[in-house]
Design a protein around this ligand. Sequence first.
Ligand SMILES: [Zn+2]
Length: 339
Amino acid sequence: MHHLALQKRALVILAGILNTRNIPNALLFTGQAGLGRADAALFFAMAQNCSGNREPDSDYQQMLGPNGPCGICRSCKKILSGNHPAILHIRKEGVLTRIGQVRDLIDSLAFKPFEGKSRVVIFHDAESMNKESANALLKSLEEPPAGTSFVLIAPDRAMLLPTIVSRCQEVRFVPVEQETAAAFLEQETEIKPHEARLYARLSQGGLMQARQLARRNAAARWQWLVEALAKIGDQSPAHALMLAQVLSANKKRFVEDLAWIRLWLADLLKHRLAASPLPEFTPDPGWSAGHLLELLEETEAMEHDLSVNINLRLALEVMLLSLQRKHGKSGGRPFQAIG
Ligand SMILES: [Zn+2]
Protein backbone atom coordinates (compact mmCIF):
# COMPACT_ATOMS: atom_id res chain seq x y z
CA MET A 1 0.00 0.00 0.00
CA HIS A 2 1.23 3.49 -0.82
CA HIS A 3 1.36 5.80 2.20
CA LEU A 4 -0.76 8.29 0.26
CA ALA A 5 -3.65 5.90 0.92
CA LEU A 6 -3.74 7.34 4.46
CA GLN A 7 -4.71 10.79 3.08
CA LYS A 8 -8.35 9.80 2.82
CA ARG A 9 -9.93 13.24 2.62
CA ALA A 10 -7.57 14.52 -0.07
CA LEU A 11 -8.11 11.33 -2.10
CA VAL A 12 -11.90 11.58 -1.92
CA ILE A 13 -11.70 15.09 -3.40
CA LEU A 14 -9.32 14.02 -6.17
CA ALA A 15 -11.35 10.90 -7.01
CA GLY A 16 -14.46 13.09 -7.19
CA ILE A 17 -12.77 15.46 -9.62
CA LEU A 18 -11.65 12.55 -11.82
CA ASN A 19 -15.15 11.08 -11.82
CA THR A 20 -16.77 14.30 -13.01
CA ARG A 21 -13.92 14.80 -15.54
CA ASN A 22 -14.18 18.46 -14.71
CA ILE A 23 -10.56 19.29 -13.92
CA PRO A 24 -10.10 22.66 -12.16
CA ASN A 25 -7.66 25.09 -13.81
CA ALA A 26 -5.50 25.00 -10.72
CA LEU A 27 -5.29 22.81 -7.65
CA LEU A 28 -3.29 23.73 -4.57
CA PHE A 29 -1.95 20.82 -2.52
CA THR A 30 -1.03 22.03 0.97
CA GLY A 31 0.57 20.24 3.90
CA GLN A 32 4.04 19.50 5.29
CA ALA A 33 6.61 17.66 3.17
CA GLY A 34 6.46 13.88 3.26
CA LEU A 35 2.69 13.46 3.21
CA GLY A 36 2.59 12.39 -0.44
CA ARG A 37 1.62 15.68 -2.12
CA ALA A 38 4.01 15.25 -5.07
CA ASP A 39 2.98 11.62 -5.61
CA ALA A 40 -0.67 12.67 -5.51
CA ALA A 41 0.07 15.24 -8.23
CA LEU A 42 1.78 12.56 -10.35
CA PHE A 43 -1.02 10.01 -9.91
CA PHE A 44 -3.58 12.69 -10.72
CA ALA A 45 -1.71 13.58 -13.91
CA MET A 46 -1.41 9.85 -14.76
CA ALA A 47 -5.16 9.37 -14.32
CA GLN A 48 -5.87 12.12 -16.84
CA ASN A 49 -3.58 10.58 -19.47
CA CYS A 50 -3.94 6.86 -18.80
CA SER A 51 -4.69 4.60 -21.76
CA GLY A 52 -4.50 1.26 -19.98
CA ASN A 53 -7.06 -1.11 -18.50
CA ARG A 54 -7.83 -0.35 -14.90
CA GLU A 55 -7.84 -3.23 -12.45
CA PRO A 56 -10.67 -2.54 -9.99
CA ASP A 57 -8.66 -3.74 -6.96
CA SER A 58 -5.34 -2.10 -7.74
CA ASP A 59 -3.71 0.29 -5.29
CA TYR A 60 -4.39 3.18 -7.64
CA GLN A 61 -8.10 2.45 -7.87
CA GLN A 62 -8.35 2.08 -4.12
CA MET A 63 -6.80 5.50 -3.76
CA LEU A 64 -8.35 7.42 -6.66
CA GLY A 65 -11.45 5.42 -7.56
CA PRO A 66 -12.49 3.86 -10.89
CA ASN A 67 -10.93 6.70 -12.89
CA GLY A 68 -7.57 6.48 -11.15
CA PRO A 69 -4.58 5.51 -13.34
CA CYS A 70 -3.60 1.95 -14.27
CA GLY A 71 0.03 2.59 -13.34
CA ILE A 72 1.42 0.25 -16.00
CA CYS A 73 0.55 1.63 -19.45
CA ARG A 74 3.17 3.49 -21.48
CA SER A 75 1.79 6.87 -20.49
CA CYS A 76 1.58 6.05 -16.77
CA LYS A 77 5.13 4.66 -16.75
CA LYS A 78 6.49 7.71 -18.53
CA ILE A 79 4.82 10.06 -16.06
CA LEU A 80 6.03 7.99 -13.10
CA SER A 81 9.60 8.19 -14.35
CA GLY A 82 9.32 11.94 -14.87
CA ASN A 83 9.82 11.69 -18.64
CA HIS A 84 6.40 12.50 -20.03
CA PRO A 85 6.59 15.61 -22.24
CA ALA A 86 3.09 16.79 -21.26
CA ILE A 87 3.79 16.74 -17.54
CA LEU A 88 5.91 19.75 -16.65
CA HIS A 89 7.76 19.93 -13.35
CA ILE A 90 8.76 23.33 -12.03
CA ARG A 91 11.15 23.23 -9.09
CA LYS A 92 12.86 26.06 -7.29
CA GLU A 93 16.35 27.09 -8.38
CA GLY A 94 18.28 27.83 -5.23
CA VAL A 95 15.68 29.30 -2.90
CA LEU A 96 13.39 30.76 -5.56
CA THR A 97 11.08 29.77 -8.36
CA ARG A 98 12.27 32.58 -10.61
CA ILE A 99 10.31 34.78 -12.95
CA GLY A 100 12.47 33.53 -15.84
CA GLN A 101 11.28 29.98 -15.16
CA VAL A 102 7.66 31.11 -15.14
CA ARG A 103 8.10 33.09 -18.38
CA ASP A 104 9.80 30.14 -20.11
CA LEU A 105 6.96 27.92 -18.95
CA ILE A 106 4.29 30.27 -20.28
CA ASP A 107 6.10 30.45 -23.63
CA SER A 108 6.20 26.68 -23.87
CA LEU A 109 2.49 26.41 -23.07
CA ALA A 110 1.70 28.28 -26.28
CA PHE A 111 2.50 25.07 -28.17
CA LYS A 112 0.20 22.07 -28.03
CA PRO A 113 1.74 19.08 -26.29
CA PHE A 114 3.01 16.39 -28.71
CA GLU A 115 1.89 13.57 -26.52
CA GLY A 116 -0.84 13.02 -24.00
CA LYS A 117 -4.40 14.13 -23.58
CA SER A 118 -3.95 16.52 -20.72
CA ARG A 119 -0.99 18.69 -19.94
CA VAL A 120 -0.35 19.13 -16.22
CA VAL A 121 2.08 21.67 -14.81
CA ILE A 122 3.31 20.82 -11.33
CA PHE A 123 4.90 23.56 -9.21
CA HIS A 124 6.77 21.56 -6.59
CA ASP A 125 7.74 24.55 -4.45
CA ALA A 126 4.98 27.05 -5.10
CA GLU A 127 5.82 28.87 -1.84
CA SER A 128 9.21 29.78 -3.32
CA MET A 129 7.66 32.05 -5.96
CA ASN A 130 8.42 35.66 -5.21
CA LYS A 131 5.94 38.40 -6.04
CA GLU A 132 7.20 38.80 -9.62
CA SER A 133 7.02 35.08 -10.40
CA ALA A 134 3.58 34.77 -8.83
CA ASN A 135 2.22 37.75 -10.71
CA ALA A 136 3.60 36.40 -13.98
CA LEU A 137 1.67 33.18 -13.38
CA LEU A 138 -1.70 34.68 -12.43
CA LYS A 139 -3.19 34.98 -15.88
CA SER A 140 -2.27 31.42 -16.85
CA LEU A 141 -3.86 30.08 -13.68
CA GLU A 142 -7.04 31.91 -14.49
CA GLU A 143 -7.18 31.05 -18.19
CA PRO A 144 -4.85 28.16 -18.92
CA PRO A 145 -4.33 27.09 -22.55
CA ALA A 146 -6.76 24.37 -23.67
CA GLY A 147 -6.06 20.97 -22.13
CA THR A 148 -3.71 22.39 -19.52
CA SER A 149 -4.13 22.46 -15.76
CA PHE A 150 -1.89 23.33 -12.82
CA VAL A 151 -1.04 21.69 -9.51
CA LEU A 152 0.69 23.94 -7.01
CA ILE A 153 2.37 22.30 -4.02
CA ALA A 154 3.14 24.32 -0.87
CA PRO A 155 3.31 23.72 2.89
CA ASP A 156 0.62 26.29 3.65
CA ARG A 157 -1.67 28.58 1.71
CA ALA A 158 -0.52 31.47 3.90
CA MET A 159 2.87 31.25 2.18
CA LEU A 160 1.34 32.21 -1.18
CA LEU A 161 -0.06 35.48 -2.49
CA PRO A 162 -3.82 35.67 -1.85
CA THR A 163 -4.32 36.32 -5.57
CA ILE A 164 -2.73 32.92 -6.31
CA VAL A 165 -4.72 31.11 -3.61
CA SER A 166 -8.02 32.57 -4.79
CA ARG A 167 -7.45 31.06 -8.25
CA CYS A 168 -6.84 27.55 -6.90
CA GLN A 169 -8.94 24.83 -5.38
CA GLU A 170 -7.14 23.77 -2.21
CA VAL A 171 -6.67 20.12 -1.27
CA ARG A 172 -5.22 19.69 2.20
CA PHE A 173 -2.83 16.90 3.19
CA VAL A 174 -2.72 16.35 6.94
CA PRO A 175 -0.23 14.58 9.24
CA VAL A 176 -1.41 11.07 10.03
CA GLU A 177 -1.96 9.90 13.61
CA GLN A 178 1.26 8.61 15.09
CA GLU A 179 -0.31 5.23 15.87
CA THR A 180 -1.48 4.88 12.28
CA ALA A 181 1.94 5.87 10.99
CA ALA A 182 3.66 3.40 13.33
CA ALA A 183 1.35 0.55 12.29
CA PHE A 184 1.96 1.33 8.63
CA LEU A 185 5.70 1.46 9.09
CA GLU A 186 5.80 -1.76 11.08
CA GLN A 187 3.85 -3.59 8.41
CA GLU A 188 5.90 -2.18 5.57
CA THR A 189 9.42 -2.43 6.91
CA GLU A 190 9.13 -5.25 9.45
CA ILE A 191 10.92 -3.23 12.09
CA LYS A 192 10.18 -3.73 15.76
CA PRO A 193 6.99 -2.07 17.08
CA HIS A 194 8.82 0.17 19.57
CA GLU A 195 11.12 1.43 16.82
CA ALA A 196 8.16 2.09 14.51
CA ARG A 197 6.56 4.13 17.30
CA LEU A 198 9.76 6.13 17.79
CA TYR A 199 10.10 6.93 14.08
CA ALA A 200 6.43 7.93 13.83
CA ARG A 201 6.97 10.25 16.79
CA LEU A 202 10.20 11.77 15.46
CA SER A 203 8.67 12.46 12.05
CA GLN A 204 5.52 14.02 13.52
CA GLY A 205 3.11 12.23 11.22
CA GLY A 206 5.15 12.55 8.01
CA LEU A 207 5.38 9.00 6.75
CA MET A 208 8.07 9.59 4.18
CA GLN A 209 10.43 10.96 6.83
CA ALA A 210 9.52 8.10 9.17
CA ARG A 211 10.45 5.66 6.43
CA GLN A 212 13.78 7.37 5.84
CA LEU A 213 14.54 7.31 9.57
CA ALA A 214 13.79 3.59 9.64
CA ARG A 215 16.04 3.00 6.66
CA ARG A 216 18.85 4.92 8.36
CA ASN A 217 18.28 3.10 11.63
CA ALA A 218 18.06 6.52 13.29
CA ALA A 219 16.87 5.14 16.65
CA ALA A 220 20.49 4.67 17.70
CA ARG A 221 21.32 8.30 16.98
CA TRP A 222 18.27 9.52 18.91
CA GLN A 223 19.14 7.41 21.91
CA TRP A 224 22.76 8.52 21.91
CA LEU A 225 21.79 12.19 21.54
CA VAL A 226 19.19 12.49 24.28
CA GLU A 227 21.15 10.34 26.70
CA ALA A 228 24.28 12.42 26.16
CA LEU A 229 22.30 15.54 27.03
CA ALA A 230 20.46 13.98 29.95
CA LYS A 231 23.74 12.87 31.51
CA ILE A 232 25.68 16.02 30.84
CA GLY A 233 25.67 17.01 34.52
CA ASP A 234 27.55 13.81 35.37
CA GLN A 235 30.36 14.71 33.00
CA SER A 236 33.26 17.12 32.99
CA PRO A 237 33.34 20.50 31.20
CA ALA A 238 35.84 18.94 28.79
CA HIS A 239 33.21 16.37 27.91
CA ALA A 240 30.65 19.12 27.20
CA LEU A 241 33.16 20.78 24.85
CA MET A 242 33.78 17.49 23.09
CA LEU A 243 30.05 16.97 22.64
CA ALA A 244 29.79 20.47 21.13
CA GLN A 245 32.55 19.55 18.70
CA VAL A 246 30.91 16.28 17.67
CA LEU A 247 27.46 17.83 17.21
CA SER A 248 28.68 20.85 15.27
CA ALA A 249 30.78 18.81 12.82
CA ASN A 250 27.89 18.32 10.41
CA LYS A 251 25.51 21.26 10.23
CA LYS A 252 22.89 19.48 8.11
CA ARG A 253 22.72 16.65 10.56
CA PHE A 254 22.57 19.04 13.46
CA VAL A 255 19.42 20.64 12.04
CA GLU A 256 17.76 17.29 12.61
CA ASP A 257 19.45 16.81 16.00
CA LEU A 258 18.12 20.17 17.11
CA ALA A 259 14.56 19.32 16.07
CA TRP A 260 14.89 16.13 18.12
CA ILE A 261 16.29 18.02 21.10
CA ARG A 262 13.29 20.36 20.93
CA LEU A 263 10.90 17.40 20.80
CA TRP A 264 12.65 15.79 23.77
CA LEU A 265 12.49 18.99 25.84
CA ALA A 266 8.84 19.54 24.89
CA ASP A 267 7.92 16.00 25.97
CA LEU A 268 9.75 16.48 29.28
CA LEU A 269 7.99 19.80 29.85
CA LYS A 270 4.58 18.31 29.09
CA HIS A 271 5.38 15.51 31.49
CA ARG A 272 6.41 17.99 34.20
CA LEU A 273 3.41 20.30 33.78
CA ALA A 274 0.60 17.90 32.99
CA ALA A 275 2.02 14.73 34.55
CA SER A 276 1.48 13.08 31.17
CA PRO A 277 3.41 9.82 30.80
CA LEU A 278 6.81 10.10 29.13
CA PRO A 279 7.04 8.46 25.70
CA GLU A 280 9.41 5.52 25.28
CA PHE A 281 13.14 6.23 24.92
CA THR A 282 12.87 9.54 26.75
CA PRO A 283 15.49 9.83 29.47
CA ASP A 284 14.47 12.27 32.20
CA PRO A 285 17.32 14.27 33.74
CA GLY A 286 14.89 15.73 36.31
CA TRP A 287 15.26 19.37 35.24
CA SER A 288 12.59 21.80 36.46
CA ALA A 289 9.74 23.05 34.25
CA GLY A 290 11.17 26.57 34.34
CA HIS A 291 14.58 25.38 33.21
CA LEU A 292 13.06 23.21 30.45
CA LEU A 293 11.13 26.20 29.20
CA GLU A 294 14.32 28.26 29.10
CA LEU A 295 16.12 25.52 27.18
CA LEU A 296 13.24 25.24 24.73
CA GLU A 297 13.51 28.95 24.02
CA GLU A 298 17.27 28.64 23.56
CA THR A 299 16.74 25.74 21.17
CA GLU A 300 14.23 27.68 19.12
CA ALA A 301 16.57 30.67 18.97
CA MET A 302 19.33 28.37 17.78
CA GLU A 303 17.06 26.90 15.11
CA HIS A 304 16.47 30.39 13.85
CA ASP A 305 20.17 31.29 14.02
CA LEU A 306 21.04 28.19 12.02
CA SER A 307 19.18 29.58 9.04
CA VAL A 308 21.48 32.58 9.10
CA ASN A 309 25.15 31.89 9.55
CA ILE A 310 26.21 31.36 13.12
CA ASN A 311 29.31 29.87 14.60
CA LEU A 312 27.53 26.66 15.52
CA ARG A 313 30.36 25.18 17.51
CA LEU A 314 30.71 28.27 19.66
CA ALA A 315 26.96 28.50 20.24
CA LEU A 316 26.87 24.84 21.25
CA GLU A 317 29.84 25.20 23.55
CA VAL A 318 28.13 28.03 25.39
CA MET A 319 24.87 26.11 25.68
CA LEU A 320 26.32 22.76 26.73
CA LEU A 321 28.83 24.23 29.18
CA SER A 322 26.09 26.19 30.88
CA LEU A 323 23.99 23.01 31.09
CA GLN A 324 26.93 21.05 32.43
CA ARG A 325 27.73 23.70 35.02
CA LYS A 326 24.14 24.09 36.13
CA HIS A 327 23.60 20.37 36.69
CA GLY A 328 27.14 19.26 37.38
CA LYS A 329 27.89 17.55 40.67
CA SER A 330 30.49 20.21 41.37
CA GLY A 331 27.69 22.78 41.57
CA GLY A 332 28.35 26.27 40.28
CA ARG A 333 32.10 26.10 40.79
CA PRO A 334 33.98 28.04 38.14
CA PHE A 335 36.23 25.96 35.93
CA GLN A 336 39.20 26.53 33.74
CA ALA A 337 38.37 26.53 30.07
CA ILE A 338 40.54 24.13 28.14
CA GLY A 339 43.01 25.09 25.47
ZN1 LIG B 1 -2.16 3.96 -17.37
